[in-house]
Design a protein around this ligand. Structure first.
Ligand SMILES: [Zn+2]
Ligand SMILES: [Zn+2]
Length: 237
């Protein structure tokens, strides 16, 4: 494992902080918080959707989650940092990514009403290959209201491989059923609670939708997604 990076996670110029002032500035301008996004799934809205703050896809097929906040686009400047973290296993990038979140989003999310924060889990097998859960490594370092308790192990994942890419949305939804479950030790604790689910990347939304379904089946009343990077609207839905 690497120690703290001695370079900016975006421009990779050598310096002491994990994000240089100029990269942080451009990220804060590009951030999705400055754009009109669907309150439910976080996708950027088309002109005709703006007045309702809701995208057509969410209106036609309501997701189980209630709200989504995303820091930036997947195609934006943080993509390399997330790849370094996930695929090169450079854990130090989690500090930089959390720092970007804290600088740009933490203040805005301070008033959010939730009691618990749950990272999207990896299966035990995947966890042992990668060595860590990237969503948790970022989530554990983000600043949030001290009344929000972070629970890294409440959500669990079976080791079912499912095809993330390809197929239409209904096929993806079908294949992801029964992948996630709530650890029985936490079911009572989460009754009627408003929870945050943290994910590093949101693509079709099928994973987060399935997690929200499972949480609500287990008595959770409200689910808000906090997502680092959001991919573009899919063209096949
Ligand atoms: Zn930089
Ligand atoms: Zn939406």
């Amino acid at each position: 494992m690497h120690a703290l990076p001695s370079a900016c996670i975006i421009c990779e110029r050598h310096q002491e902080t994990v994000l240089c002032a100029s990269c942080l500035h451009s990220l804060s301008i590009e951030s999705l918080i400055n754009y009109e996004c669907c309150y439910q799934c976080g996708i950027t809205l088309q002109t005709e959707e703006v007045h309702e703050q809701h995208c057509t896809q969410c209106k036609n097929s309501r997701p189980y989650f209630d709200l989504t906040y995303c820091l930036d686009r997947y195609e934006g400047v943080l993509q390399n940092a997330i790849h370094q973290l996930k695929y090169q296993k450079r854990l130090a990038y989690a500090y930089g990514l959390a720092s970007a979140w804290n600088s740009i989003l933490s203040k805005q999310l301070r008033s959010i009403c939730a009691t618990h924060l749950l990272p999207v889990p990896l299966s035990t097998q995947k966890l042992s290959t990668r060595g860590f859960n990237q969503s948790w490594e970022i989530a554990r370092r983000i600043n949030c209201n001290s009344s929000i308790k972070k629970l890294p192990t409440a959500l669990k994942r079976h080791h079912h491989e499912f095809q993330q890419a390809g197929g239409n949305l209904s096929v993806r939804r079908l294949s992801i059923r029964d992948v996630f479950y709530v650890d029985h030790n936490y079911i009572e604790l989460l009754q009627n609670k408003s929870v945050i689910v943290f994910d590093d990347v949101m693509t079709s939304g099928a994973t987060l939708n399935e997690i929200a379904r499972v949480l609500k089946d287990n008595g959770v009343s409200r689910v808000t997604n906090w997502v680092l990077l959001r991919t573009k609207r899919a063209s096949n839905v």
